[in-house]
Ligand binder design. Sequence first.
Ligand SMILES: Cc1ncc(COP(=O)(O)O)c(C=O)c1O
Length: 316
Amino acid sequence: MDQAELIWHNGEFVPWEDAKVHVLSHALHYGTGVFEGIRCYETERGPAVFRHADHLNRLAKSAELYYLGLPYSPEEIGEATRELIRRNGLGSCYIRPLAFRGYGSLGLYATDAPVDLIVAAFPWGAYLGEEGQKHGIRAKVSSWRRIGPGGLIPHAKASGQYLNSILAKTESTNAGYEEAILLDERGFVCEGSGENIYLVRDGEIVTPGHSSSILDSINRKSVIQIARDLGDTVVERDVARAELYLAEEIFLTGTAAELVPVREIDDHPIGEPGEITRHVQAKFVDALYGRAEEYLEWLDFVEVSTGADEPSKVSS
Ligand SMILES: Cc1ncc(COP(=O)(O)O)c(C=O)c1O
């Protein structure tokens, strides 16, 4: 991975290679962490974090759902993140806040183990590739079902839950596909291993709803709003597996992947990205890069010094 200079660790900016934890940290053993994937984009007005407050509020919610008391408020984490971007001299980058139970106890009722918090920010390109964003990817329905609401909390973004995504992603990659699509416990379409899914059926956009065990996604909210603002109909409902093969268009959204069309699923051709996918994608990318006036409120601009002879990187 591409490294940056500093990582924010429990309130301190520390060199990347010094951001370490003890091997008996609780989260390392049981996955007791919650995290976010956030992106910052280099806009004409400088770096801007997309839907920053929404991501940090989801982090706080995920923490609450798994009984982790966050040691910093979303506002404090937001401020630390903007400062980290400045100190690392970053423009477009990926941001990873993680709150996790640290060292202090290995019991399951581990209130003696503190909750530690880190924020990393570093360059990371399109997760499913730029070619995939342009021409679409090949996906496969996984034999692994998405975690259900009876055992875990699909709405939350918790570290341990990602073992489920990793099983699906590994299976599909080993089989030669670029992404896995998971069904929910009932057998309806849920989402990709790290993205939400949308189908175009009879000219309408259809996407699984919250009762299908989806993550409470930020980009899903954005894309639904964008599509409706563009005049498209968006329906949230259960989606049967065979509808994937009958769809006119399919696309995925997620912070790491952004908006990625699907051109083939389970070896059924969907084809090159269609008209609806294309216009939603174009407006979404404009929103990310601050080119869509109507969605500027989604951007948290990072103030950086623009003085001609001042360095843009603040020393720690
Ligand atoms: C399992 C899963 N589903 C969906 C998403 C998309 O969520 P978001 O749009 O908030 O990035 C992600 C990525 O965070 C994910 O990991």
